[in-house]
Design a protein around this ligand. Structure first.
Ligand SMILES: [Zn+2]
Length: 217
């Protein structure tokens, strides 16, 4: 079963998608990461993306779908996928569903629900490691980053507040979610699973595992 993961910024979507991927051996499709990866690649699609990014243009819905198609083509049919951050609009939802149907994929949508106030308070108080970019919630009490780097050393980077995490910028991002992503979520109303994202990260993961366990193998 593939999962299309939805959640307002601050809902813990990225964290949960990593936890699910690890536990159920799933692959994550994350548009930004896939774009960066492909732009380094010496393929036709890679070159196309590189030229769009270098020209400072936004990647169109059509190109995003080309990227998903490329991802699905290289996928073992038994591998379950988590779509993180896509679709962002009803238009994209329709294209994605058509593509998934075309590949005979089974999928459900999962919405991690939090209140707008929770999102605001989480986003204005979170900190970011200057070195490895790990994001830490306000409940994180250490002074420096405790992530393990790819060479297995401890990061120990300085934690800073993100420049784009001003209340106004956050409100703009949350509004975009409401205007564009919420109508996309409505398209999945008959296959939507809601998970309460208000408790701690560990509790949300526990709920998600028990709710989704029967669907994932
Ligand atoms: Zn770090």
């Amino acid at each position: 079963m593939d999962l299309i993961l939805f959640g307002m910024q601050g809902a813990g979507k990225g964290t949960l998608s990593k936890q699910l991927a690890e536990r159920y051996n799933m692959k994550i499709f994350e548009t930004g990461g896939e774009l960066r990866r492909l732009a380094q690649e010496d393929s036709e699609l890679g070159k196309k993306i590189k030229s769009i990014i270098e020209a400072g243009h936004l990647v169109s819905n059509e190109v995003v779908m080309e990227i998903v198609e490329n991802f699905m083509k290289n996928l073992n049919e038994d591998t379950q996928v988590i779509f993180d951050g896509i679709p962002r609009s009803p238009e994209q939802a329709k294209s994605l569903n058509a593509l998934l149907d075309n590949h005979n994929r089974n999928y459900k949508a999962v919405l991690i629900e939090i209140k707008k106030e929770t999102a605001l308070s989480r986003l204005t108080t979170r900190r970011l490691c200057k070195k490895c970019k790990t994001v830490y919630p306000s409940t994180y009490n250490e002074e420096t980053c405790t992530s393990t780097l790819p060479d297995s050393s401890k990061c120990d980077g300085e934690l800073i507040t993100r420049k784009d995490d001003t209340p106004d910028a956050i409100k703009t991002r949350l509004q975009a979610f409401e205007d564009s992503t919420v109508p996309a979520i409505e398209i999945y109303s008959d296959k939507l699973i809601k998970i309460n994202g208000e408790p701690t990260i560990d509790e949300v993961a526990k709920t998600a595992f028990s709710t989704l366990n029967s669907l994932l193998n």
